[in-house]
Design a binder for this molecule. Structure first.
Ligand code: OFO
Length: 176
């Protein structure tokens, strides 16, 4: 059984993971409209992953005697200036998510809720991967700058990464 404090904190995390999913969906849609089909495919996939992160929380809360609540999501930003802006936002958003996960972990230690602490370790590891991935992509984009040929190849690369589950590990690690 989880305490009501932990239940509320996990429900706030549901809100954040769900919002992340909507945010990346909005970015994916913008990229598709702009003709960046590879980046778009990558972000649609990323959006699906965030929904899975949210669902895991629903199941955990309910299995532990709490109640996972569907929040009202704020509408995410719908227009972006370019691909550079998109990935800078992805990184800063993921850093924010990492901070929230860390705060949750700290709360579990304080409350001696080692079961939830253990459950959250999956998210801790996931956040390291997500931040590293965003940083690697930003590094690539810095090299490319505004070069059209470079951006074309970048878009093609991300298409492959989106299909292979972000291209992490050997051929894209199965994460759920
Ligand atoms: Fe990318 O945030 Fe979920 O965990």
């Amino acid at each position: 059984m989880i305490s009501s404090q932990i239940e509320q904190a996990l429900n706030r995390q549901i809100d954040l993971e769900g919002f992340s999913s909507m945010y990346y969906l909005s970015m994916a849609s913008w990229c598709q409209v702009q003709g960046f089909n590879g980046v778009s495919a990558f972000l649609y996939h990323h959006s699906d992953e965030e929904r899975m992160h949210m669902l895991k929380l629903f199941h955990y809360i309910n299995d532990r005697g709490g109640h996972g609540i569907v929040p009202a999501f704020a509408a995410p930003q719908k227009d972006f200036s370019d691909i550079h802006e998109i990935f800078n936002i992805v990184l800063s958003h993921e850093i924010k998510v990492s901070n929230e996960i860390n705060a949750l972990v700290a709360m579990c230690i304080e409350e001696k809720d080692y079961t939830t602490h253990n459950f959250l370790q999956w998210y801790v590891a996931e956040q390291i991967e997500e931040e590293t991935l965003a940083r690697n992509i930003i590094d690539k984009l810095k090299l490319i700058g505004e070069d059209k040929g470079g951006l074309y190849l970048f878009d093609r690369d991300l298409q492959t990464m989106g299909v292979a589950g972000h291209g992490r590990g050997k051929g894209g690690r199965k994460k759920h």
